[in-house]
Design a protein around this ligand. Structure first.
Ligand code: ADP
Ligand code: MG
Length: 525
């Protein structure tokens, strides 16, 4: 409804007549409802027994996933408040790479609790203050949960495995994948931390997921320019060119006035010798492998094939960059400038065919410690979900290795946080105490959902978990194959990086408090 003011009898519109305005409680409850609905949408995917979702976009493209951030991204959400929950998952994904579902469901539950408080006439500002206070108690509780044990390969493997359990890992166990992930992260570890960007994931449909392996280098989608070329070169010197190896395509349209067969032959000869010249220059440069961003004339590639040189033509700009950073090659813009100092080096460069796809492997590059997790799987959907699961696992293992801090998973940390908040809430005055306690109740959503998703009664599980936490100091709902038991997650190897929990609490709190504070929604048409 358009806002109207009267000035001197004339109606004055300060907003477009078509804009929509919702105010007060209506605005609050519609925003809260939208936010809750989004969180609800990912709830069933949480944990090792979480279910997958199949998302079909308007062009019929199908994505099957268990990943919170992916689901929310694909859902094409329009409501602005709901969009804020999507952003929680996105932030979580960007900052720590995992825990997106957790962050989303916590945010949704914080909103649900806020709704109840508003019903009880607790003011939004009081809720916001209480939530912030509770969030800082939560951060302290997370610090207290950090395990004493040094984060070694065994713990890193557990972190990776915990993040992948229940994901579509094909026929592969999360355990064996976690080993590959830890190996990859260890490979790119430096004195300054983990060069996470140096680990890439390359998917290739075809084989069973068991064939997934770690390639000590990069994998790119390129094929040799000629089938007679060697399929593999050891101890390779590689030249990277921005040069067309042939008669420049630009010249083809040029007109030649040819009046005799002699002139034609001369023109052909000139072209032949030009092409021959390119081929010889390249061959004589001493490079065993040549990569060019441009075309290579068939005659040149035949010649180079005979010389035993492996050539990749029309290589895309991002692949070229990767090759340069792996091998240390310098890009050369003119053939005359090509010299040995520009070559990059690699232990092995090979070309392999996978059905419809041709791949080039550049292993043991001299310039960078890049590694690639070469993911195999039976179908496109399997490798895509594996890629996401491995991406998350790489992130959490890198995070855990860098910070050296892990906390018990399986809901144990959330139980401990809620417990600490409830204890401290007693000392908080006024209605704010209600908000602080509500925050603790909201965190219970994680253990409750883990229970519900394993077919357990969430209330019973929560009661049992609290009792076990009270007596043992640490208690999670551990899923191991078919068994679901209450126990110490650290002993069962269910661990999450502390930073994943810290970020989840922070981003969920931020989004929930921001939504709660809104009491006026003005939307242009
Ligand atoms: P998110 O998107 O939040 O990472 P996940 O579906 O990956 O959601 O589930 C993560 C939760 O599952 C964490 O709380 C983690 O501790 C828990 N978890 C992982 N493995 C197990 C297990 N074997 N038993 C119980 N809980 C587990
Ligand atoms: Mg996860």
């Amino acid at each position: 409804m358009a806002q109207q003011r009267r000035m001197g009898g004339q109606p004055m519109f300060i907003m477009s007549e078509d804009s929509q305005r919702t105010q007060g409680r209506d605005a609050q409850s519609s925003n809260i409802m939208a936010g809750k609905a989004v969180a609800e949408a990912v709830r069933t995917t949480l944990g090792p027994r979480g279910m997958d979702k199949m998302l079909v976009d308007s062009s019929g493209e199908v994505v099957i996933t268990n990943d919170g951030a992916t689901i929310l991204n694909e859902m094409d959400i329009e409501h602005p408040a709901a969009q804020m929950i999507v952003e929680v998952a996105e932030t979580q994904e960007e900052e720590v790479g995992d825990g997106t579902t957790t962050a989303g469901v916590i945010a949704g539950n914080l909103l649900g609790e806020a709704e109840d408080l508003i019903e009880q006439d607790v003011h939004a500002t009081t809720i916001v203050e209480g939530y912030h206070e509770a969030a800082s108690i939560a951060q302290e509780a997370i610090d207290e949960q950090v395990g004493d044990a040094a984060v070694d390969d065994e713990i890193l493997k557990q972190v990776g495995e915990s993040s992948m359990t229940g994901k579509g890992t094909g026929g592969l166990t999360a355990e064996s994948l976690a080993e590959t992930v830890v190996e990859a992260v260890r490979h790119v570890e430096t004195d300054d931390g983990v060069a996470r960007d140096n680990v890439t994931v390359h998917t290739q449909v075809g084989a069973s997921s068991n064939a997934t392996e770690l390639v000590p280098g990069i994998v790119i989608d390129e094929e040799p320019a000629h089938e007679g070329m060697p399929s593999s070169v050891e101890d390779a010197s590689i030249a990277v060119l921005d040069v067309e190896l042939g008669v420049r395509t630009g010249d083809v349209d040029a007109e030649y006035a040819i009046d005799s067969i002699d002139q034609l032959n001369a023109a052909i000869d000139a072209e032949e010798s030009e092409v021959q010249g390119y081929a010889e220059t390249v061959a004589e440069s001493g490079a065993d492998v040549v990569v060019t961003t441009d075309d290579v004339d068939d005659r040149v590639s035949t010649f180079l094939a005979n010389e035993g040189i492996l050539v990749f033509e029309n290589v895309g700009s991002s692949d070229t960059k990767d090759i340069i950073s792996a091998t240390g090659a310098t890009r050369v813009g003119a053939l005359d400038d090509l010299e040995e100092a520009d070559f990059g080096h690699a232990d092995r460069i090979s070309a392999e065919n996978y059905g419809d796809d041709d791949l080039a492997f550049i292993e043991g590059g001299a310039a960078a410690e890049t590694v690639t997790v070469f993911v195999r799987g039976g179908t496109e959907h399997v490798v895509d979900e594996l890629e996401r699961a491995i991406g998350d696992a790489l992130d959490v293992v890198a995070t855990a290795l860098e910070s050296g801090e892990v906390v018990p998973g399986a809901g144990a940390t959330e139980i401990a946080i809620a417990d600490k908040i409830r204890q401290e809430a007693a000392g908080i005055e006024g209605r704010k105490q209600l908000a602080v306690t509500a925050f603790a109740d909201a965190l219970d959503v994680v253990p409750r959902t883990l229970a519900a998703n394993t077919g357990q009664d969430p209330i019973d599980a929560l009661v049992d978990l609290r009792a076990a936490h009270e007596s043992e100091g640490r208690a999670g709902l551990i899923t191991d194959g078919e068994d679901v038991t209450i126990g110490d997650p650290l002993e069962s190897g269910v661990v999450d990086p502390a930073d994943v929990k810290r970020e989840a609490v922070e981003s969920a709190t931020e989004a929930a408090t921001m939504i709660v504070r809104i009491d006026d929604v003005i939307a242009a048409e």
